[in-house]
Design a protein around this ligand. Structure first.
Ligand SMILES: Cc1cc2nc3c(=O)[nH]c(=O)nc-3n(C[C@H](O)[C@H](O)[C@H](O)COP(=O)(O)OP(=O)(O)OC[C@H]3O[C@@H](n4cnc5c(N)ncnc54)[C@H](O)[C@@H]3O)c2cc1C
Length: 410
């Protein structure tokens, strides 16, 4: 234990009380800097390295204290604003993110622009002091609850595709924004289609320079890979549900999340879940099951070690770099293996959804959410391309449209 651990442990012991309201607890975490310790001091953080912050998280978990707000606001919008926003923009948007009062979503993907994100067609046209936005986005997680959106839109179609994009912050609550839910195979509707028709963004909400939004978006994506690479966004993360009644006592929030976890998602996650399933089904003596359990454990440990090395490489430049793709691919493999193992252990019953399934829907949830990490935030194939080109220095894929004005690609 170092000085940081001692200070964090003392603060947590003094401040964590389950009877405090959620709003009070999140504000205390934000104002103390212990909620987002890697953010700069004076900006709701303490300027810690990721591995130091991980020790703070471990201390908080050991105490059973609720996590700070999570999701797209703190994990994507916060770091992007800190890297590219002006002081005024940071002052305006960061408090709502840190205190958990504002929900954010990410308006990046479009029907024709997923892996090839630089092909976005949503247009932003300057009209006096504001931008008018028209286009369609898709797979937008949490758009139905969000107050703010990170948006990329085309502002100059006369230059090659990566150069004519601008990064903006859009208010979701306005007449030009229509959100339509998309139902997933889990039965839930977490993501949406978003139709933008003459939606308005003030000029003061451009992050970075006009037409230079690709650079800003790369920061958002690197942070998304970091977030997803830790497995935080897959299965069971709903204990950190970001939108709640801020006046609720934190203890009740935790109890509610536990009850929800018991109803919809496995209480146990990762290796402990498949281990428990094997014990429950009396299969721990089966050589094939033992082999697969060993593989699941090994993947988990390998993922953790990869994470430590990646964080160390990232630390050199104090930025989220392409190395994060390694961690994301490792996590994808672990989650897919856990999904197929959970299903194998449950047998045919594992394909049933809902609590009226013979043993609940634990395996079903693990199988369905195992894909999230392999697609969201850039698919595994795209991560492998990034690793090949930007980490290993292998020759780049041929890109015939690199120097062609976007208008000529339509
Ligand atoms: C759970 C979830 C949540 C999401 N949330 C959001 C969100 O909040 N906001 C948002 O903007 N987007 C979101 N997305 C969208 C996500 O970013 C895209 O689905 C992803 O980038 C892939 O794009 P696509 O679906 O268009 O697939 P495509 O790009 O059409 O890819 C199809 C297949 O082709 C492969 N492929 C494509 N190009 C290459 C290449 N160059 N080399 C090798 N293989 C290639 C891909 O790997 C994939 O297997 C979410 C997706 C999921 C699954």
């Amino acid at each position: 234990m170092g000085a940081i651990d001692d200070e964090a442990a003392a603060w947590l012991a003094d401040n964590w009380r389950p009877e405090r309201s959620l709003g009070e607890w999140w504000s205390a975490l934000a104002e103390s800097g212990w909620g987002f310790p890697t953010w700069p001091a004076g900006r709701f953080g303490r300027g810690l390295w990721p591995e130091e912050a991980a020790r703070v998280t471990a201390l908080r978990r050991r105490l059973g204290a609720l996590a700070p707000p999570s999701g797209i606001g703190p994990n994507l919008a916060g770091p992007t604003l800190l890297a590219h926003g002006t002081g005024e923009q940071i002052d305006r948007f960061l408090p709502g993110i840190a205190h958990g009062t504002d929900i954010w979503c990410q308006l990046f993907s479009e029907p024709g622009a997923g892996s090839d994100l630089a092909s976005v067609r949503t247009r932003a046209v300057l009209d006096g002091e504001q931008w008018r936005i028209t286009g369609q986005k898709v797979w937008t997680t949490g758009a139905h609850r969000a107050r703010w959106a990170l948006l990329i839109a085309r502002t100059d179609p006369d230059v090659p595709k990566h150069r004519g994009i601008t990064f903006l912050v859009l208010a979701m609550d306005q007449p030009g924004v229509e959100v339509r839910p998309l139902r997933e195979m889990t039965g839930r509707a977490v993501f949406n289609e978003v139709f933008l028709t003459d939606a308005v963004v003030p000029a003061a909400n451009v992050i970075g320079a006009v037409h230079d939004g690709w650079r800003v978006a790369m920061t958002t994506l690197a942070n998304e890979r970091n977030y997803m690479g830790t497995g935080a966004s897959s299965g069971g993360s709903r204990v950190d549900v970001p939108l709640m009644d801020l006046s609720m006592p934190v203890g009740e929030v935790l109890a509610g999340a536990e009850a929800e976890a018991g109803r919809r998602v496995p209480r146990l996650r990762g290796y402990p879940l498949v281990q428990a399933l094997a014990v429950e089904r009396e299969l721990t003596g089966d050589p094939v099951v033992r082999q697969e359990l060993a593989r699941a454990y090994g993947y988990g440990e390998l993922g953790r070690m990869t994470g430590v090395r990646v964080q160390a490489a990232t630390k050199l430049g104090r930025r989220a770099g392409p190395e994060l793709s390694v961690q994301k691919v490792a996590t994808s493999r672990t989650l897919r293996h856990l999904g197929s193992l959970a299903l194998g252990l449950e047998g045919p019953d594992g394909m049933l959804a809902g609590m009226d399934a013979p043993r609940g829907d634990r395996a079903f949830e693990v199988v369905c959410t195992a894909f999230v990490n392999s697609i969201g935030g850039g698919t595994d194939e795209i991560q492998r391309n990034i690793i090949g080109e930007r980490v290993l220095g292998l020759p780049a894929e041929p890109r015939l449209d690199k120097d062609v004005p976007f208008r000529d690609q339509l």
